[in-house]
Design a protein around this ligand. Structure first.
Ligand code: ASP
Length: 348
């Protein structure tokens, strides 16, 4: 009998070790019994004026209404992101930032489910709803499509050519051009001494862009959704940043960098993509959530890690939703059946 117990303990220890677990590994937090209360949270990108939270509220409402019609949480998140892509005040879809040449807009988007399904696109051009294309990638054998192949895939999925530029995106680029020419100290570190003319890889010459010689223009939109059935979905879309060469890809379409979802919740980030990528921020934040951190502590922990580097995060768990950012940020969250939104006051 004793030998049987010892052998059992040994088998258990070996099983833990073979899975790379130690007996001190944090235990996953317990999940509440189903059904849960459905909820959604949306952000308009770190640096987006908080009074634009009305756009995020609309995205949350559409996500929850889509969920109530029986959609999967990831499709509800996609429906919410489409609302923000169509809102020209945000840097995603219509209104996306122009790249260094003042002409090109390249779009990244991603989706993920709590069952681990993922789809993403990067450097997509002339598409109205990049998040819809990312969702379509999720139904292929691939995880990520980029550049011309991604754009051709979008056309195959029925996305008609669409010009995402607006007067505001052109004005923002003009402002950036002025700062570049003036070597403005508000330019992000790394761009102050970077000779972008040597690296120029746009079709039109730098001289044509008037660049022969702080507003790096970030922002992303994101929606995270909790379903009553215990599933989560998350979606992100961005025009990236203006201070970039053609072909630059940030954190948004990279699994575990800009977004992550699992049985304990979903996390979506916004901010300087290079820093978010280095930190594998969404995946590591999710791990903290799964180990028992509250949604608020998870969001704050992520922001504290990259504080001052332009960072915002939304988090949704089985019980809570939260957001944090190191600059003002438009965002909104709501639970199904509640008329109250969490987040900054929005313009009417
Ligand atoms: N993270 C995005 C990117 O680097 C931009 C943003 O969220 O502000 O492409």
């Amino acid at each position: 009998m004793m030998r049987g117990v010892c052998a059992g303990v040994l088998v258990f220890l070996c099983a833990c070790q073979s899975r790379g677990e130690s007996k001190d590994a944090p235990r996953p937090a317990a999940l509440p019994a189903l059904p849960w209360r459905a909820a959604a949270v949306a952000h308009g990108g770190v640096g987006s004026p908080p009074d634009r939270s009305d756009g995020c509220r609309k995205a949350v409402d559409v996500a929850l209404a889509t969920l109530a019609q029986g959609a999967d949480p990831v499709d509800a998140a996609v429906a919410g992101v489409r609302v923000l892509e169509d809102d020209p005040r945000f840097n995603a879809g219509t209104g996306a930032r122009l790249r260094l040449d003042g002409k090109t807009a390249q779009l990244d988007a991603a989706v993920m489910t709590s069952a681990g399904r993922f789809g993403a696109v990067a450097a997509l051009e002339n598409v109205r709803h990049p998040v819809q294309v990312a969702r379509a990638v999720m139904d292929t054998p691939h995880l990520l499509l980029v550049g011309e192949g991604a754009t051709a895939f979008a056309r195959a999925m029925g996305e008609a050519p669409y010009d995402v530029t607006t007067d505001e995106s052109r004005a923002k680029w003009q402002d950036l051009r002025r700062k570049l020419l003036a070597h403005d100290p508000s330019l992000p570190e790394g761009w102050r001494d970077f000779d972008y003319r040597r690296a120029w890889n746009f079709q039109a010459a730098a001289a044509e862009a008037g660049l022969d010689p702080e507003d790096a223009g970030t922002d992303t939109v994101g929606v995270a959704v909790r379903g009553a059935d215990g599933r989560f979905g998350v979606a992100l879309s961005t025009g990236g940043t203006s201070l970039t060469l053609r072909g630059r890809v940030g954190d948004v379409p990279i699994l575990g960098a800009g977004l992550y979802a699992g049985p304990h919740g979903a996390v979506a980030a916004t901010g300087t993509g290079e820093r978010i990528l280095e930190a594998s921020l969404a995946r590591r934040s999710y791990d903290r959530l799964a180990a028992g951190a509250t949604a608020a502590a998870t969001a704050k922990g992520a922001v504290d890690e990259l504080r001052g580097k332009d960072i915002g995060v939304i988090v949704i768990s089985a019980r809570e939703l939260a957001a944090d950012a190191d600059r003002p940020m438009a965002w909104a969250g709501r639970e199904e059946g509640s008329g109250e939104y969490t987040g900054p006051a929005a313009s009417p």
